[in-house]
Design a binder for this molecule. Structure first.
Ligand SMILES: CC(C)(COP(=O)(O)OP(=O)(O)OC[C@H]1O[C@@H](n2cnc3c(N)ncnc32)[C@H](O)[C@@H]1OP(=O)(O)O)[C@@H](O)C(=O)NCCC(=O)NCCS
Length: 378
């Protein structure tokens, strides 16, 4: 079994889509059609002008279309233009591989980007597979019409599922911008690393590869955690509490050694073409943030936090390590002002929380040099 790809459908996919849909017309109660429409239906659909929120996606494996998902009019009148009806079909021999979930995730992202607010799934009953899929993907069962369709000599009902595509909270958008900007700065700087310098000294015991790998973890952990919202309460209130927890663990549980080893592992994970790998990590972080609704509580290595409070810790990691990389390479640091400012704000909060606020401010305003060895990180 190979990995499948989800992408927008093209006219060349029409026969593959038709094979799946026509089988459903012939063999299942889901379509309420009696004549398989063949590829013409899909060619027409792809040829007609798409309005915002209209999409047709396919899941392809080894050149074969194994599933498709589409979004189209919920009802034709203008007032319903921010709502789309979605549907998904997967070939019988390709089910339970996550294809429907992956296509719906791409559909949700595309509809959200088009300003769509509500997705509606209309499922002929009984259909335990589709009910389970919709419930798993955050659709709410709204209600059911009974006996509205007649097919295969039976009266059947329809269950309506709804998912409201809420936007990220303003606090998340505000905190995410400097993180993504710092991620881009890291990607740009990594692209300048000479091919023979990846094993040159980076930071401490890390070579450049491990330093960049560790910095890139600022993106991979973000993508991983943002995709796991939980209903449990937050345990860590803000970025300075996160660093206080890190400091406690560094003292007691050898956190520094774990972080050092994970940096080396992440460096290995960068593979043969680190800049390209980093670009995919940045894209994954961006995609995960585009999916966020509100300001969810997410798991982190040190405990659960609101995403808006975790993001500032990512800007610190990405910004400071991009500066470290510039130092290691002997090039001028190029980090956007918004990322530097967001990082400096967290550093100041941590310093104040450590009781070092006066020294910090006297140092930053040139009254008195900062004490030797002064640092706000563990
Ligand atoms: C419904 C359908 C699209 C699911 O496609 P799929 O690619 O198998 O779904 P996924 O692999 O993404 O499954 C995601 C989750 O949905 C639920 N699910 C899907 N099929 C299920 C089944 N047969 N039994 C129980 N749960 C199921 C599970 O929670 C599953 O997660 P898991 O595999 O980790 O347990 C597919 O069965 C299908 O094409 N059915 C016929 C057409 C149809 O009914 N389409 C819906 C019309 S609106």
């Amino acid at each position: 079994m190979t990995a499948f790809v989800v992408r927008p459908a093209t006219p060349a996919d029409a026969p593959g889509i038709a094979a799946i849909y026509d089988a459903a017309v012939r063999e299942s109660i889901t379509t309420f059609e009696e004549e398989p429409p063949g590829p013409a239906r899909w060619l027409d659909r792809l040829a007609s002008p798409a309005r915002p929120g209209d999409h047709l996606l396919v899941a392809v494996d080894g050149g074969r279309v194994l599933g498709y998902a589409g979004s189209s009019d919920f009802r034709p009148r203008r007032g319903y233009r921010f709502t789309r009806e979605v549907c998904v079909y997967v070939a019988a021999d390709a089910r339970r591989r996550g294809m429907a979930s992956a296509m719906y995730a791409a559909l949700v992202a595309a509809c959200r980007a088009d300003g769509i607010r509500v997705l509606v799934g209309v499922v002929a009953q009984p259909n335990e597979d589709s009910n389970a899929l919709h419930e798993r993907l955050g659709f709410e069962a709204i209600g059911q019409l009974s006996d509205v369709g007649f097919t295969f000599d039976r009266w059947l009902g329809l269950r309506f599922y709804q998912r409201v595509l809420a936007a990220p909270a303003a606090a998340v958008e505000h905190a995410a911008a400097p993180v993504l900007a710092a991620g881009q700065a890291l990607v740009d700087l990594a692209a300048q690393v000479p091919a023979d310098s990846w094993d040159a000294p980076g930071l401490g015991s890390w070579d450049v590869r491990a330093l960049v790998g560790h910095a890139g973890r600022g993106l991979t952990t973000l993508a991983e955690y943002a995709a796991q919202p939980t209903s449990e309460p937050a345990e860590i209130a803000d970025a300075s509490a996160y660093y206080a927890a890190a400091r406690r663990l560094a003292d007691t549980a050898g956190l520094n050694e774990t972080v050092r080893a994970r940096g080396v592992e992440a460096g290995v994970a960068l593979g043969a073409d680190p800049p390209t790998t980093l670009r995919t990590w940045l894209a994954a972080a961006r995609a995960a943030l585009a999916e966020v609704e509100g300001d969810p509580v997410v798991p982190t290595a040190l405990g659960r936090m609101r995403l808006s409070t975790y993001l500032p810790t990512r800007v610190v990691e990405l910004t400071v390590h991009t500066l470290d990389l510039a130092v290691a390479l002997g090039v001028p640091p190029a980090v956007p002002a918004e990322s530097l400012a967001a990082t400096a704000a967290v550093a100041a909060q941590v310093g104040v929380a450590l009781g070092r606020g006066p020294e910090l401010l006297l140092g930053l305003t040139g009254r008195r040099p900062l004490p030797g060895g002064f640092s706000v990180v563990p």
